[in-house]
Design a protein around this ligand. Structure first.
Ligand code: TRP
Length: 456
């Protein structure tokens, strides 16, 4: 059986709470705290938020329910699940497996940045971190980002190799709520700063002039990324779910959890950009690292709060990277029929090959001049996985469910053992029509735009 390693000694989730927490644990990570706010800032604030929320309650709901139901119906993880449902679609499981392989290396690069900032605050160097240019200097350095990347990757690999998941899970249950409280606290503090209100407006009030085709693509990619969709993870999780647990309300809970944290992270970071004077209105991956140290530096007790904050983000990141690596290791193990240690070694090698160029491609780094369709290497991996491959996997999944397997089969699974599934029509319409049409249009537009053929 595939992908079973992580949960194998637990059998099935004990009930709904266990399932929702495990899925939310995978979903909540750097995607929520690092990626969501910078995309929101980049793609027009309120309009991005609106598009994201609309997509979350339609596409996100339908796809997450679909993946979980496929898992629960077959009792298998992605590759074997599609094979069992229809041999012609087994390629879909393999396609989905490529995505975490691309994500993991650069996830560890960003994880390394978070570690670096935790250490900087731990050593009481907050003011240095808050200085202009600190971040750019750090990511442009030829050695430092690689060192931190290796450290983060190393920690992830050690945990995956020795498998202390149980401990990690137990600690997550304590750390994640603390993280939520911290994010709430920092956002309240930021909101009380002079000038923040402009940022709140930018973040909350949609301005349709900022709307572009890439806004939807970015929001859609973020949705898949944040909810760990389109790479088979939720299929695996669903395969461990008991039949008497209500899928619909579980999906709602996971969505509220995941979107809530992303929303708050945005509320903490976007207004801070406006409130902190002298910030080079940084858009892009560096946003969290440039803006937050400045916020902490101004806060009473900021050195300690800053340290706790980055330590918690590190924690959220490492739990996600562990489950990402676990996924990739089990894919390699099953695909090539190898032992666990050897599979780990292969995955490590892939991470080094893809991660080192990612670590060097930012700021003024040595590889920053190397562009693929206008993206630096890290950004390219991010774009290729989230904006191209994930939508493609989601599209084929929808076509498969909508026209081959038929939504009814999954709705019946959702209604097993007397459970209710109210959003039947929504589910069917989204899977059969809305999602495929949207994804094709958006993909076409944005690829053209990314290649510079079209300027919207
Ligand atoms: N959802 C995670 C985040 O928001 C990233 C992620 C995507 C992930 N797919 C995953 C994590 C699979 C674990 C497993 O950061």
């Amino acid at each position: 059986m595939k992908n079973k390693t992580k949960l194998e000694n637990r059998g099935t989730f004990t009930g709904k709470i266990g399932f929702v927490l495990a899925a939310a644990g995978s979903a909540v990570g750097l995607g929520n705290i690092w990626r969501f706010p910078y995309l929101a800032a980049e793609y027009g604030g309120g309009i991005f938020l609106l598009v994201y929320l609309l997509l979350a309650v339609t596409l996100g709901f339908a796809l997450m329910a679909a993946e979980i139901l496929i898992g629960r119906k077959t009792g298998l993880s992605a590759v074997s699940a599609f094979k069992k449902l229809d041999g012609r679609f087994s390629f879909l499981g393999s396609l989905a497996s490529i995505i975490p392989v691309i994500i993991l290396p650069y996830y560890c690069v960003i994880g390394g940045w978070v570690m670096k900032y935790s250490a900087t605050f731990a050593f009481g160097e907050m003011n240095a971190a808050a200085a202009d240019g600190y971040f750019t200097e750090f990511i442009s350095n030829p050695i430092q980002p690689i060192g931190w990347f290796l450290l983060f990757l190393g920690v992830t690999a050690v945990v995956v190799l020795f498998g202390v998941e149980k401990g990690v899970e137990r600690v997550s249950k304590i750390m994640m709520p603390i993280l939520v409280v911290m994010v709430l606290g920092v956002s309240v503090y930021v909101l009380c700063q002079p000038g923040a209100i402009e940022g709140v407006k930018y973040y909350l009030v949609p301005d349709f002039n900022n709307f572009k085709a890439t806004t939807i693509l970015a929001a859609m990619g973020q949705l898949f990324y944040s909810m760990s969709l389109a790479m088979g993870i939720m299929i695996t999780y669903g395969s461990y779910m008991k039949k008497d647990v209500n899928v619909e309300s579980s999906v709602h809970n996971i969505e509220i959890f995941d979107t809530g944290i992303a929303f708050l992270a945005g509320l903490m970071i976007v207004p801070a950009v406006f409130a902190t004077q002298g910030v080079e209105m940084a858009k892009g991956p560096g946003l969290m690292f440039i803006v937050l140290p400045k916020v902490f530096a101004k806060m009473p007790g900021g050195a300690v709060i800053g340290f706790i904050f980055f330590a918690l983000v590190f924690f959220a990141a490492i739990t996600s990277s562990i489950s990402l690596m676990e996924t990739v290791v089990s894919i390699v193990k099953d695909k090539f029929k190898l032992g666990r240690k050897l599979s780990c070694a292969i995955v490590l090698a892939i991470c080094l090959i893809l991660g080192i160029p990612s670590a060097l491609s930012n700021g003024e780094g040595i590889l920053s001049g190397f562009k693929i369709i206008g993206f630096g290497f890290l950004d390219f991996c991010d774009f290729a996985s989230n904006s191209v491959l994930m939508p493609i996997v989601a599209l084929i999944t929808c076509i498969f469910i909508g026209y081959v397997l038929k939504p009814k089969a999954l709705i019946e699974e959702a209604e097993a053992e007397g459970n209710t599934f109210k959003a039947k029509r929504l589910f069917t319409v989204v899977i059969k029509y809305v999602a495929p049409i949207c994804i094709v249009l958006i993909l076409a537009f944005s690829i053209l735009e990314a290649c510079g053929i079209l300027t919207v």
